[in-house]
Design a protein around this ligand. Structure first.
Ligand code: HEM
Length: 444
């Protein structure tokens, strides 16, 4: 549609007007001069039912409540200081996954792995350990139920509901989505309430304090229409919802791109061997020296941003974008996927060329100041988990590429089909063979 109608157009879905911006100039106009106007989020059934009536701050409208909850998440989990402090958690989860694969490979000399699941396990355990001091070890029926409920939560958050487009049809719940969402919301609330009660009984104030402990200390009274428990539970779910899938999707695409571009893969592995050697695994302080790996991650986020259309914004006042009048109430979608594949900004935009970020585009960073590369969105609602997400992706990728020789199971190129939805996951699982390549002590 962007090719047909250009870099700015509107479509009506039921009663709602949607603005889609598909080039960097239009995006810049939305998130600089009009940033405050577009700082709100639209009302959506999923955000209401699963998000404790918009208390999950990804969905909270712009204002004091959103500001306070976001500030707390940054202070307690997402600031540079906290990310550095907690890097051992990411590292220990990566090492556990590597050790498991190494031990399994000892029995067969190589191990077949679904990498989406491998990355997913690391991400889920890191988030849960930081946020609620819990990790999922091995198989248990309860663990599987919890995982399933969280999976549905993420999937529902990105689903299309007829009642959102045509509000007067909502009460009929024609697709049954609302009923299913309520069931998931109730189940999740049960788990989160249990963890909250447990934390209240055995409060941790010391170095081991997790996000739930911090929330209990910081939130001692309700705000807006929300009571204390709702604010705490919603803040917990905000990080799980926003932070679990995005790093997994990015790591999976990065590995897929590298497997289809063996020259780039060799360059990454050579860089890792020359900077780290073969006797130890990669640690946080190595990342700044892995220049080519950083370029690979940037190029992956350019070609396969996990949120292709960002998260929707809503105009709270009338405004003008690209010379067009945009009435209050219009929903804004940023076509990140299209912006980052623009041939006027990138030579051969569909090609995977990490080198461009070391040469022609070396000044373009991920701080959302350059609108030609905005995988984390831009403006006041841009992703607060950017640095944490990048740390997870870089540490995980660096270690798996350094620790194992990797080939596809069938020896064929990776199928790059994308799934349909807000979150741009691969359509099919990435199955590979991992063969350890470091000395045994590195996996200990
Ligand atoms: C590669 C990893 C990630 C990518 C590409 C990504 C991308 C994005 C994007 C595009 C948005 C929407 C921004 C907008 O509305 O304009 C967003 C919002 C958000 N992200 Fe991320 N994200 C990533 C990782 C994370 C992580 C690890 C966390 C936290 C643990 C996180 C927390 C959030 C939150 C809370 C919001 C909502 C912000 C608000 O509404 O104020 N993200 N992210």
């Amino acid at each position: 549609m962007a090719d047909k109608y250009g870099p700015i157009f509107t479509i009506r879905v039921g009663g709602r007007k949607n603005l889609i911006v598909s080039n960097s100039d239009m995006a810049r106009e939305c998130f600089t001069v009009n940033d405050k106007v577009f700082a709100a989020r639209p009302k959506m059934t999923a955000f209401e039912i699963l998000g404790y009536n918009y208390a999950i701050f990804t969905f909270t409208t712009y204002g004091a409540c959103w500001r306070n909850l976001r500030k707390m998440a940054i202070l307690e989990v997402l600031s540079h200081h906290k990310i550095e402090m907690n890097s051992h958690v990411v590292l220990s989860e990566v090492k556990t996954a590597m050790k498991d694969s190494y031990n399994n490979s000892n029995k067969k000399s190589m191990v077949v792995t679904e990498m989406d699941k491998w990355f997913g396990e690391i991400s889920l355990n890191v988030l849960f350990r930081l946020v609620v001091g819990k990790r999922f070890t091995g198989y248990s029926e309860e663990n599987e139920r919890i995982r399933k409920a969280f999976r549905s939560f993420v999937d529902f958050a990105a689903s299309f509901m007829i009642g959102d487009a045509i509000p007067w049809l909502r009460w009929l719940d024609l697709d049954g989505g609302e009923k299913a969402m309520k069931k998931t919301a109730k189940e999740l609330d049960g788990y989160v309430q249990t963890w909250l009660d447990e934390h209240r009984r055995s409060r941790n104030h010391g170095a081991e304090r997790d996000y739930m402990d911090a929330l209990i200390s910081n939130i001692d009274q309700g705000f807006d229409t929300y009571d204390v428990d709702t604010l705490i539970k919603a803040s917990f779910l905000t990080l799980i919802l926003a932070g679990t899938d995005t790093p997994v999707v990015t790591s999976t695409w990065a590995l897929s791109l590298l497997l289809n571009n063996r020259r780039a893969l060799s360059k990454v592995v050579n860089e890792l061997d020359s900077k780290i050697g073969t006797k130890r695994t990669v640690v946080e302080t190595d990342l700044k020296n892995l220049i080519y790996l950083q370029a690979v991650v940037k190029e992956t986020l350019r070609l396969y941003p996990p949120l292709v259309l960002g998260v929707p914004h809503e105009a709270t006042e009338d405004c003008v974008v690209g010379g067009y009048y945009i009435p209050a109430g219009t929903q804004l979608w940023t076509n990140i996927w299209k912006i980052q594949r623009d041939s006027t900004l990138y030579l051969d935009p569909l090609e995977f060329r990490p080198e461009r970020f070391l040469t022609t585009h070396k000044d373009i960073d991920l701080k959302s100041q350059h609108f030609e590369l905005i995988p984390f969105g831009a403006g006041r609602r841009m992703c607060p988990g950017k640095s944490f997400g990048l740390q997870m992706v870089q540490l995980t990728l660096a270690n798996v590429l350094h620790g194992f020789d990797i080939v596809t199971v069938d020896g064929k190129p990776v199928d790059m089909a994308e799934s349909v939805g807000l979150s741009n996951a691969k359509a099919n699982p990435l199955k590979v063979i991992l063969t350890p390549r470091l000395s045994a002590e590195a996996y200990a």
